[in-house]
Design a protein. Structure first.
Length: 350
């Protein structure tokens, strides 16, 4: 059984803005799902709709087998059995850490002694043992975020919803909390939906990643699937900085529009004729020496260090190409010839 499922969920904001469009999503028990996408793509709307702060215009949402939206009456957020953590740690400043964490337990009518035990348990779980009597204002940003996490976990939620929960933290603390969050949720078998604008964080943490575009799911899959087999130019560009080149396939070659670039067809995957776009991953462009008259000739305009490969931009006939270069870092100003080793051709629809 899915822990959370959404069936044909649409959401329109008052005034007509599209929040969500035709969302079908099944999140398995214990699965860690990350939602990514450009600003305005619907990540927050999707999370808030699952939480119950927004009601779908149509469609059904089920949590742990219970229909919480789209049934006869929507279930209020506090009765959905979810834990939430936001970017800005919304702790009560005038209550101790212990009181902050025990508040949801008080609401649930738990006895004082049980509350005390549970608060100490979850503070231990998030790495803050014994901090019950501290004032949140005396804690670091990372510690406050852990308290928010402890509060979200106190009532053993059916799922944990994270809304940019790590985004306000600085590295390397953020990186450490990321690792801890992953091992903690895995050990507890928690189902997690994690909204982040950070694509690398999403790919690093999640079992599956959903890429949103205009309120719809553009693609959902494991990090490997999304990076190795993006289903569209949009996903390839969003996750991997792919180069998207428009042009036409003719006579066994792809000819770029407004650019002398030609690519022989045996390196092109996908359909084999007509107009369309060629999607080329930065790692599939090889730079080498050659004559400035070659069709892939260009000049390096940016060359940034990366652990695995340098992130290089080549200006070729007025068009920027993003290339990932292993080995020695090329110098800005160098003349190079680009060879495209692999590309995916997508015909223009219609
Ligand atoms: P993201 O979290 O991916 O940045 P959002 O879910 O915030 O995206 O927004 C999705 C779409 O819904 C955007 O077009 C946004 O302008 C619109 N939207 C978000 N909140 C509201 C609101 N309260 N009223 C009207 N439109 C909204």
């Amino acid at each position: 059984m899915s822990a959370i499922s959404l069936d044909a969920v649409d959401l329109e904001y008052p005034g007509g803005a599209v929040g969500l469009r035709g969302i079908d999503l099944r999140i398995a028990d214990g699965e860690f799902l990350a939602l990514v996408g450009p600003s305005g793509s619907g990540k927050t709307t999707l999370l808030r709709t699952v939480a119950g702060f927004l009601t779908p215009t149509s469609g059904t949402i089920t949590i742990g087998g219970d229909v919480v939206a789209g049934g006869r009456r929507p279930i209020a957020p506090e009765h959905r059995g979810l834990g939430m953590v936001f970017q800005q740690h919304a702790l009560w400043p005038h209550r101790t850490v212990g009181k902050n964490v025990s508040y949801p337990l008080e609401l649930a009518g738990m006895s004082r002694s049980d509350r005390k035990r549970r608060v100490s348990e979850v503070l231990e779980l998030v790495g803050l043992p014994g901090l019950e009597s501290r004032d949140p204002s005396t804690l670091s940003g990372g510690q406050r975020q852990r308290v928010a996490l402890a509060r979200a976990l106190a009532r053993t939620p059916r799922a944990l919803l994270l809304d940019e929960a790590l985004s306000a933290l600085d590295e390397p603390l953020r990186d450490r909390l990321r690792l801890e969050l992953r091992s903690l949720t895995r050990a507890a078998g928690l189902t997690v939906i994690h909204v982040t604008h950070d694509r690398n964080e999403a790919l690093a943490l999640a079992d599956r990643v959903a890429v949103l575009d205009g309120g719809s799911i553009a693609q959902i899959g494991t990090p490997e699937e999304l990076v190795q087999q993006p289903s569209s130019a949009f996903v390839a560009r969003f996750l991997s900085d792919a180069n998207i080149i428009t042009g036409v396939v003719d006579g066994g070659r792809f000819h770029a529009d407004d650019h002398p670039l030609e690519v022989v067809l045996d390196v092109v995957e996908g359909a084999r004729q007509g107009r369309g776009t060629l999607t080329v991953m930065p790692s599939d462009i090889v730079l080498g020496p050659g004559s400035p008259h070659d069709c892939g000739a260009g000049v390096i305009t940016s060359s940034l260090f990366g652990r695995e490969a340098s992130d290089v931009v080549v200006d070729s006939h007025g068009v920027d190409f993003r290339c990932s270069v292993r080995g020695p870092r090329p110098a800005v100003g160098d003349g190079v010839i680009m060879t495209i080793e692999r590309g995916m051709f997508t015909p223009t629809s219609g």
